[in-house]
Design a protein around this ligand. Structure first.
Ligand code: SF4
Length: 353
């Protein structure tokens, strides 16, 4: 299996054994870079987002978004269709990467101009091949469809390779998990460009996470895929949390808390669902590689979560806080959050010393 070459997207290395990066796409038009946009982008970054893509539907959008380049350390990706002048302007403005579909840019001289500008500015180009733009409906098998997708990507690559441009990321997207798996696997056999993985149009929250997990896990376990996006018809924050969770569970992302929690049942004396919700910010952002358990009762709580680095469980009107199976605190339920967060911070200090 060919391993990927390494390219640099702003501050984020992609490929060549670098950590698999996580990205999302901003889900609204942007007319101004204001404090709320900057705060939202920072929030995504703290939750695990490594780079973020914005639609650039026209030349004006480049001007409107360009100030963000100076307000975040995250590399920005411009998503461009149809008009090569938008790509030139985004490159000139300093976008670290652009995503284009050469098929809708038009004549080859326009693509050559984009390539020349990107080479001058050190801009990475993602070339997207999408099954939706190929006529593969009907009797086509998954393997025939994936072959068509690979051929489409290779066709798009020709002009870039002729010009000696290699700062390229490739995506082969389908809403079908088998086509996604087969096409990316086949492409990697022959090319060393970093691959952007994702299941396109994967649906609302739960279906999207299930489909994406099935579709991407096999590839990632085989070392295929240098950057991922979990596409969800919901907020970008969910995309980042789902991608972080997937990579953490595959052992491809370090420094995050692994959560063990019980679903609750008739024995519950502690609202695990509400408690998790109340501390989700800390659980999702604290740089701590540890397991944390939140259990509903003491019948199974400390026992089932014995191996957790830190845990809390209901015990009548109280909660028990335990560390590696040993009970270290008993608290009233009303002071559970404060006590648990104190212990979480203590654990972070112990793990970082
Ligand atoms: S830990 Fe207790 S409350 Fe939670 S599911 Fe198990 S038995 Fe039920």
């Amino acid at each position: 299996m060919t391993t990927s070459r390494i390219i640099q997207v702003g501050s984020v290395p992609m490929g060549g054994g670098s950590p698999v990066s996580i990205q999302t796409m901003w889900d609204k038009p942007v007319s101004i870079v204001d404090d709320s946009l900057i705060a939202a982008v920072d929030n995504l970054n703290r939750k695990g987002c490594d780079l973020i893509r914005f639609a650039l539907p026209n030349l004006q959008a480049v001007d409107q978004l360009a100030p963000l380049l100076k307000k975040t350390t995250m590399p920005l990706v411009g998503d461009i269709h149809f008009d090569y002048k938008i790509a030139l302007k985004a490159i000139e403005a300093g976008f670290h990467k652009i995503r284009i579909n050469p098929g809708n840019i038009g004549e080859s001289w326009k693509i050559e101009e984009i390539i020349a500008a990107a080479a001058d500015h050190g801009t990475v180009i993602r070339i997207g091949a999408n099954e939706g733009s190929l006529n593969t409906s009907g009797e086509w098998s998954a393997s025939a469809r994936s072959q068509r997708l690979v051929e489409a990507a290779e066709g798009n690559l020709e002009i870039f390779e002729r010009k000696g441009f290699r700062d390229i990321v490739i995506s082969l997207k389908s809403s079908d998990i088998d086509v996604t798996y087969l096409s990316n696997k086949e492409f990697r056999k022959h090319h060393d460009y970093p691959l952007h993985l994702g299941i396109t149009e994967a649906g609302p929250l739960i279906p999207a996470i299930v489909k994406s997990t099935i579709g991407l896990s096999g590839l990632l376990k085989e070392g295929i895929g240098e950057t991922i996006r979990i596409s969800i018809s919901d907020s970008p924050e969910y995309e980042i949390l789902a991608a972080s969770e997937l990579l953490t569970n595959l052992g491809l992302k370090k420094g995050r808390i692994k959560i063990i929690s019980c679903p609750k049942c008739g024995r519950t004396s502690f609202d695990t669902h509400g408690f998790l919700e109340s501390i989700k910010e800390e659980l999702n952002t604290l740089p701590l590689e540890a397991s944390v358990a939140v259990m509903g009762c003491s019948v199974n709580g400390p026992g089932e979560a014995r191996h957790a680095d830190l845990g809390i469980t209901g015990n009548g009107k109280q909660v028990l806080i335990f560390k590696q199976g040993e009970i270290i605190r008993r608290e009233d339920i009303c002071s559970a959050k404060e006590a648990f967060l104190e212990e979480l911070e203590q654990l972070r200090q112990e793990f970082s010393s």
